[in-house]
Design a protein around this ligand. Sequence first.
Ligand code: HEM
Length: 145
Amino acid sequence: MGQMLGDIAALLIALSGLAVIIGVILIKRGDRVWHPRVMLTATGLAALFLVFYLLKWGLYGTTRYVGPEEWRGAYYALLISHTILAAINGPLVLWLIYNAFKQRFSIHKAWARWTVPVWLYVAVTGWVIDQILRTYGESAGGIGF
Ligand code: HEM
């Protein structure tokens, strides 16, 4: 059940990344109708990801890395950069949407240039981390309610 929640979360974050790519392509083609729709869908998928991730965390705790020692440093670099950027991504996205609805598109565009790469990095590394832990992860327990 824990693995299934993790898989759903990984799928949701990967789908949100895909939606962001589609949203960028749409606005580059000048589609101001579907760009917001697809980007808001991407935001919804990322929010849903958070629900599943927190559910897994609350029910099953965290997963410890028990893979090859020579890869431990690289794994933690990936995990820490992913976690920090994921935390930054939330407020960045809300700020982007806020400015878009206020029709402040120059601010929207300026921040979008940073937010899109951050979002994609978080989505890709989130999925990669899940794949690594599938093979090299061991339950570290949790609060277990
Ligand atoms: C969090 C979700 C969003 C992301 C990541 C995002 C990202 C972007 C990106 C990358 C661009 C192109 C910037 C450039 O060409 O340099 C853009 C432009 C634009 N976005 Fe968004 N966007 C989001 C949500 C929205 C929403 C909700 C709306 C409308 C309510 C919107 C309306 C627009 C418009 C109209 C432009 C074109 C601005 C212009 O060319 O002057 N976006 N956005």
